[in-house]
Design a protein around this ligand. Structure first.
Ligand code: NAD
Length: 297
């Protein structure tokens, strides 16, 4: 049994903390939201009165927060000053590479082992313990991080040194955002050309157009029963989240001097879909905009 601290019990963190409880660990949980804390307590977590209290005797500290500024603040104000020496520090939030490297430096200067460990998979995977983790950490520490993460994970891979986990996450999601738009454009064109969607799916999924966005997450309702397109695009991976990740990719590209024009175009299209009211819908719902079913005026 491990003493775990969990800070950030939102859509993702609540499921992840509950999985740590199911694995037999003592989880001291904290969130600014009373409702989130109550939900964590109902799942068997010990609700802490403050983040300081949550980390005070922790062997492993997880954070699952909205953005880089939250992670910087929670680490500066709480974790680094109050976690016991030797605690493993694991940030699972999706944040900018710079913030991840900054927090890692601060943690290292205080003698902590730190990993940026963003995840792939949504709330269902968080609740089932089947997230994919990509880690930025010292190589020597990977085994310890992997063991701490194991109950929440179907796969845990080390991307490289600090910041590499976040780099892998935003590069992966940039591929996903671009490929989904490509698949949606193709369905919309097929429709205009009088080609039946099911026929197009069958042919492209066996041809060089095959990709995850087409064959595992098809935006056109029907061919892939488990895809959110069959549930009116509810649940899944929200457009607002995809937009956040595409913005992070563009910021990283600008800082690194990399050209990512298709990523920029995808960001623009998702920003438009978000403004048109699609923010809470699964990101594959952008098909409706591509088909001209949503008024872009
Ligand atoms: P969320 O907004 O539901 O949860 C964030 C939680 O952090 C909230 O409950 C909020 O009250 C809490 N919080 C904010 N500041 C805090 C502080 N200073 N101290 C304590 N708690 C604080 O967000 P989410 O959907 O759970 O996402 C969390 C992270 O996971 C984000 O970085 C997101 O990009 C990433 N992510 C989300 C998904 C998804 O499908 N939702 C998938 C993969 C990765």
């Amino acid at each position: 049994m491990t003493r775990v601290a969990f800070i950030g019990l939102g859509n993702m963190g609540s499921g992840m903390a509950a999985i740590q409880v199911k694995a037999g660990h003592t989880v001291r949980a904290f969130d600014l939201s009373e409702a989130a804390l109550a939900k964590a307590a109902a799942a068997g977590c010990v609700s802490a009165a403050s983040a300081v209290e949550a980390v005070a005797d922790a062997e492993v500290v997880f954070t699952m927060l909205p953005a880089g500024q939250h992670v910087r603040e929670v680490y500066a104000e709480t974790v680094l000053a109050n976690a016991p020496a030797g605690a493993l520090l694991i940030d699972c939030s999706t944040i900018d590479v710079e913030s991840a490297r900054f927090v890692a430096l601060q943690a290292r200067s205080k003698g902590f082992r730190f990993a940026d460990a963003p995840v792939s998979g949504g709330t269902a995977a968080a609740e089932a313990g089947t997230l994919a983790f990509m880690l930025g950490c010292d190589e020597a520490d990977f085994t310890a991080f992997e063991a701490a993460i194991a109950p929440m994970s179907r796969t845990t891979l080390r991307a490289g040194d600090h910041g590499a986990g976040q780099a892998a996450k935003i590069c992966n999601n940039m591929v996903l955002g671009i490929s989904m738009i490509g698949v949606c454009e193709a369905f919309a064109l097929a429709e205009k050309l009088g080609l039946e969607a099911d026929r197009f799916f069958e042919i492209s999924s066996k041809s060089s157009g095959q990709c995850w966005s087409l064959t595992s997450y098809c935006p056109w309702p029907g061919p892939v029963p488990a895809a959110p397109s069959n549930r009116n695009y509810e649940g899944g991976f929200a457009t607002s989240m995809m937009l956040k990740d595409l913005k992070l990719a563009q910021e990283a590209a600008a800082r690194a001097g990399a050209a990512a024009p298709l990523g920029a175009t995808a960001e623009g299209l998702y920003a438009l879909f978000d403004r048109l009211g699609g923010g809470d819908r699964d990101f594959s719902a952008i098909l409706e905009m591509m088909r001209g079913r949503i008024d872009a005026a």
